[in-house]
Write a protein that binds this ligand. Structure first.
Ligand SMILES: NC(=O)c1ccc[n+]([C@@H]2O[C@H](COP(=O)([O-])OP(=O)(O)OC[C@H]3O[C@@H](n4cnc5c(N)ncnc54)[C@H](O)[C@@H]3O)[C@@H](O)[C@H]2O)c1
Length: 344
């Protein structure tokens, strides 16, 4: 079976997925929806230009020839989709997913899955009811570094976890607007929160502090540009998350990234392409080249082909719990109060 795939949102991250999907024999991207037809044309051009470069260097190359839709309902009605990628900004979620679910179309959804918990709960329930395949793009979970970190850690209980998301302001205009991105923790540090959950289990309570210290003069910028938070895990472990978007260029050199885990006489630092394991006797460092996003796209297509929701590493229902934590962190940073994570 060839998996017939559609896209909603033809921006930066869509290009990454589309290039990956062209490498998969079992996948065919047949339709792309965006409210802006020029974005679809531009996205197809960018993907095919990358394919041409690959072909010149001797790689096998396929080209993207999707039908363009500015109306998602028409795409879902006409395109005969088995799967749909949701690559719209985080505030543009809900209606497209629900329309696809009604037609039993599997979903691969970019993080964060939504900016409201009630909306995400509704979508999660609809996916569960129809037993559809869903995947959420927490691609770090697919990295070889994370797989090896799980093996290295074994059954050692993690006493403490630290998450880092330290960088600059992404170029997409919606990112700096709270109502459109949810802020840096909800939109970006969500990767670190999700990975802490993968190693340390569920979070029950958080306390966050945030401030706007540098980017206050940037037009439209209404989110915190720095944050420091505390997380309490159900198993009694504690965690801490720091985030900032005040760095740029060379000032990001050498900063800590990803998630650091502390167990008795044992420390792990892990992110998409790197793993460091520190014991009293030695420090082992590993680097990995495989693309976690390609692994995620491959598993999603495979899961759709086999109609097996269990084949993905982060389902929509799982990502709902990460969303609940990040929304609580943001709420706490706004209110200054300790915030319990609601049950989802
Ligand atoms: N997993 C990752 O590492 C990763 C990396 C980058 C982005 N993302 C996520 O991917 C999503 C998109 O990010 P991006 O960087 O591609 O953004 P982008 O702004 O480059 O692209 C978004 C696209 O959605 C389109 N769009 C806007 N409103 C729409 C609507 N109502 N209907 C249909 N299309 C609409 C825009 O025209 C644009 O082409 C975000 O949720 C972001 O967090 C994830």
């Amino acid at each position: 079976m060839t998996v017939r795939i559609g896209f909603a949102g033809a921006g930066g991250v869509a290009v990454t997925h589309l290039v990956n999907l062209l490498r998969l024999q079992d996948a065919e991207v047949v339709a792309i929806h965006d409210v802006d037809a020029d974005r679809i044309a531009g996205c197809v051009r960018r993907v095919n230009a990358q394919q041409d470069l690959g072909a010149r260097s001797g790689d096998e190359s396929r080209r993207l020839r999707p039908k363009a839709y500015t109306d998602y309902r028409a795409m879902i009605a006409e395109a005969g989709l088995n799967a749909l990628y949701i690559c719209t900004p985080p505030s543009v979620r809900g209606a497209i997913e629900m329309a696809a679910i009604e037609e039993d179309v599997a979903l691969c959804v970019e993080k964060p899955i939504a900016l409201r918990l009630d909306l995400a709960r509704e979508i999660a329930a609809a996916i569960r009811e129809r037993n559809l395949v869903s995947s959420v793009c927490y691609q770090v979970r697919y990295s070889e570094a994370v797989t090896d970190a799980h093996m290295a850690l074994g059954t050692r209980p993690v006493a403490m976890g630290l998450g880092f998301m330290l960088g600059g302001v992404p170029s997409v205009p919606w990112w700096r607007v709270h109502s459109q991105s949810g802020g840096q923790i909800v939109e970006q540090a969500t990767h670190a929160v999700d990975l802490m959950r993968a190693f340390m289990g569920e979070v029950v309570r958080v306390y966050g502090a945030g401030a706007l210290r540098v980017h206050g003069e940037m037009p439209g910028f209404d989110i915190h540009d720095t944050g420091a938070s505390v997380l309490h895990f159900a198993n009694g472990a504690v965690g801490s998350l720091v985030n900032t978007s005040v760095l740029g260029g060379g000032s990001t050199a050498g900063f800590p990234t990803g998630v650091h885990l502390f167990a008795a006489d044992y420390r792990i630092e892990v992110w998409g392409g790197t793993l460091k394991v520190v014991t009293p006797d030695k420090t082992d460092e590993f680097r990995y080249n495989a693309s976690p996003m390609l692994a995620l796209d491959t598993d999603f297509v495979d899961a759709v082909k086999r109609r097996d929701p269990a084949r993905v590493r982060t389902s929509y229902g799982d990502a709902l719990r990460t969303l609940a934590v990040t929304l609580a962190l943001d709420e706490s940073a706004q209110s200054g109060k300790v915030t319990e994570i609601p049950r989802v």
